[in-house]
Design a protein around this ligand. Sequence first.
Ligand code: SAH
Length: 313
Amino acid sequence: MIRDGGPVSVERYMALCNEHYYATRDPLGVAGDFTTAPEISQMFGEIVGAALADCWLRAGAPPDAVYAELGPGRGTLAADVLRVMAKARLRPAVHFVETSPVLRAEQAKRVPGAKWHDSLDDLPDAPMLLVANEFFDALPVRQWVGDKERRVAVEEAGLVFTVEGAIREDSPARETAMKAIAARLARHGGVALIIDYGHARSGEGDTLQAVHGHAFADLLASPGEQDLTAHVDFEALGRAAEGVAVTPVVSQGEWLGRLGIDARTRALNAAHADREDEIAAERQRLCDPAQMGELFKVMAVHSHNWPSPAGWP
Ligand code: SAH
């Protein structure tokens, strides 16, 4: 395409690569390219589910509330969330926004009865309990060097970037998604948890990365065959969330700690004494600042007529 039509923006390159990448494989887990929090431990989804169920109860338990997830991966997170919600007598209709047919099939195995949508715009008009874990990082970013947009071109030796230098990133795709979430929450009520790796404050820098087989790879090698992500700029997402309340950004480790991951670890240990080391290692991976605890962040947005979710100072 680049050979025929000329260089494409980093944004378009990332969008096209990821579209092919996700459409053609299940990238998660040891045999894949990367592992996400819900694939590390059931405790992650259980705490997400408890946070949402608690918020729903305090909002007066609206019976028509739905569970919505963006980019649900294998459906592991949703299965853990829904199991905990059921304990609070919350059995919501489940709506997944997912474009990959391979991952839709995985999700159907773990969450029978879910409904799928290609876009956020097709979600039902109802109060919403929404989660996006490692969804925004996969949406394309633009890269700028000064006022020049960085593009990908073809040379004799292969793909190259058109400009080098101090890079700034932004992401109209992410802002559009956040605006759509906020508009739905403002209209129909509800809460959304956005969990991803990234930074709380907007800043300069090139954060685009390629991951293949659990290792960093060359961004321009094997287009569409490796996972392309970039840090999520939570400040920019917060700005895009109009007409709703936005919480501060907290680290995943702090958030899970406040919501009782230590108590949950003890309860799991008591029930599975033979797995104590494994459970401790999983908790460590999710919460330790040197692992996912600090790099990953959590931000919530909620309609003004819903309470703030727990987990923030
Ligand atoms: N949330 C899951 C998976 C994260 S991987 C987990 O935590 O394990 C990213 C997910 O987003 C995949 O399910 C992928 O297919 C989906 N995805 C990526 N780009 C998308 C897009 N533009 N629209 C809808 N889903 C998308």
